[in-house]
Design a binder for this molecule. Structure first.
Ligand code: ACO
Length: 519
């Protein structure tokens, strides 16, 4: 049975109760290629090498990496030459916490379980980590990188990011290819319904979402007051508040109680109305009447239309559309994870989206494109670039629009948007390209080994600025497209839900301390 699928009894106290069995085994003469294929086929991270039922060695995924690096011939070299011989083991009656300590202390990920010298099972760190009772987790913390970097927290069929390759995909398609070849509506359909639409499906989908762009009457009536009360609050904060009112007014019920078709309908309505809410609030705060959505315009053209009241040039609508498509989804980024955590509690879709908007508002996540353009303005000229950038990095400032948790090479969205910016032209593009090159030079020199390159936000600002989107609306525009990704994740989480409830390592003064009387 694959380890990850093993039903783990969270009340278990002995290894026998949680071990995986039968164990994937092989003899010492089997080739490395055969053993690797066994691991892949049985979806396990190790193979135990046995002789007459006794475990004489273990070969793990980590060993395979080592073997490949050493240039071994996997098709002919026997595992006996590469296995870890005489592996540590635990008795089937050993306690779960002893097994945990043994794994954690030695840094093992798998440990064979033995009874009367015979191999009877295998227990993995993953099995043990699924048991809450192994607290306190002093050693566990060594396994959990700060910021959860690289930690896999769920399975998804929505998409992924491959940071080392500089590649991201929605479903099975490259996100950049989709942005080059398809409309936003097509990609929205793909995110919700798993397939790209046919022409007829596209038309039906557009008909389905067109009326959902309208703001319900009672919410529309409240907007002038909300815009006034909001004062100078950032537009994303205003969206958070107003969207929350919208979801409440439509009585979105806990996702746990909502059938899948109704949840999809709520998700469609959410993604369709967010641009209208954003633009209505923006105009009201600037003393202008909201512009109602245009039924005949695409999502992107309508987005710009509701900003100005005029049909935008097609090249602007397409440029903004390509930006919007490229930011719909991006792995388990902070706001998407937030939406999934909230959904995992069974809460309503509105709560998940409100939480995600909050997470996105931080400058380390969605708040960068305006700041990236501020940085370009502040640098001003190419001559000023090098001293400005050096000073900033030396001071410990972050260059906005650079660096990424996952990409350790060019962000493919940034490369695409550089092309979009070049196509649009404009006075900022050449300066931006020169500053980008200088910034990478400076980061490579002053932050060696960190692999800091341009992220999606750097050229996003240029593209939106050229298309007439005001700077304060950059992050809200990002929220508008990302809402489609959030909703796709809410639907996926709700369809196969389990409460997301991790643990933390307590590092404060040892409890229990006597509670002092008030001094
Ligand atoms: N400028 C200068 N130094 C940087 C930058 C940057 N933009 N990004 C990372 N570093 C440095 C850090 O100072 C740190 O250096 P140190 O090892 O000397 O302390 C090192 O690189 C690693 O930084 P972390 O903070 O550990 O990297 P993390 O993966 O947590 O951060 C993040 C990723 C938040 C995107 C970061 O690169 C950053 O702050 N960038 C600027 C803001 C930005 O552009 N945000 C938009 C991200 S894209 C998006 O969310 C859509």
């Amino acid at each position: 049975m694959p380890e990850s699928d093993s039903p783990v009894d969270t009340t278990a106290t002995t290894v026998a109760e949680i071990m995986s069995t039968p164990v994937v085994t092989t003899g010492p003469d089997a080739t490395i290629a055969t053993a690797a294929e066994q691991m892949r086929h049985r979806k396990v991270g190790s193979v135990v090498i046995v002789d007459d039922g006794r475990p004489i060695g273990i070969l793990t995924e980590r060993d395979l990496v080592r073997i490949a690096a050493a240039g071994a011939d996997a098709s002919s070299d026997p595992v006996g030459e590469w296995m870890t011989p005489d592996p540590d083991w635990v008795a089937r009656g050993a306690s779960v916490s002893d097994a945990f300590m043994s794994l954690a202390e030695h840094g093992y990920r798998h440990i064979p379980v033995v009874d009367d010298k015979q191999l009877v099972g295998i227990v993995s760190m993953r099995d043990l980590m699924r048991i809450a009772q192994i607290q306190p987790a002093e050693n566990l913390a060594h396994e959990i990188p700060k910021g959860l970097e690289g930690v896999v927290v769920a399975e998804t069929v929505i998409g992924d990011v491959r940071g080392l390759e500089g590649f991201s995909h929605y479903r099975q398609y490259s996100a950049v290819d989709l942005a080059e070849r398809r409309t936003l509506e097509d990609v929205w359909y793909l995110m919700f319904d798993r397939e790209l639409p046919t022409l007829a499906e596209r038309d039906a989908f557009i008909d389905e979402i067109r009326p959902l762009r309208e703001i319900p009457g009672d919410v529309a009536d409240a907007l002038p007051t909300l815009a006034r009360l909001g004062g100078d609050a950032p537009p994303l904060d205003m969206l958070r508040t107003t969207y929350s009112l919208f979801a409440t007014s439509l009585a979105f019920a806990p996702s746990l109680d909502v059938p899948a078709a109704e949840l999809r309908q709520q998700a469609l309505r959410t993604c369709a109305v967010i641009p209208t809410l954003l633009m209505a609030l923006y105009r009201l705060r600037n003393g202008r009447e909201p512009v109602a959505p245009h039924p005949d315009l695409s999502y992107a053209a309508n987005y710009l239309y509701m900003l100005t009241g005029e049909t935008p040039p097609p090249e602007h609508a397409r440029a903004v559309e390509q930006y919007l498509i490229s930011t719909i989804d991006h792995g388990f980024n902070s706001s998407t994870f937030t939406a999934r955590v909230i959904t995992s509690t069974g809460a309503d879709l509105g709560s998940a989206i409100v939480g995600a908007i909050g997470a996105l508002s931080g400058p380390l996540h969605g708040g960068a494109p305006g700041r990236a353009l501020d940085m370009l303005d502040s640098i001003g000229t190419l001559d000023n670039a090098e001293p400005w950038l050096r000073d900033a990095v030396a001071r410990g400032d972050r260059l906005m629009g650079f660096g990424h948790r996952v990409y350790k090479t060019d962000d493919p969205r940034s490369t695409m948007l550089r092309g979009v910016a070049e196509r649009l032209g404009g006075d900022k593009v050449e300066l931006a390209k020169a500053i980008e090159a200088k910034a990478i030079e400076v980061l490579t020199e002053l932050k060696p080994g960190r692999k800091l390159y341009t992220n999606v936000e750097f050229y996003a600002g240029i593209v939106m600025d050229t298309c007439g989107v005001p700077r304060e609306m950059f992050t809200p525009t990002f929220a508008s497209s990302r809402a489609i990704g959030w909703c796709a994740h809410v639907l996926e989480q709700a369809a196969d839900n389990r409460l997301i409830r991790p643990s933390a390592q307590y590092v404060g003064p040892p409890p229990p301390q006597p509670v002092p009387d008030p001094a």
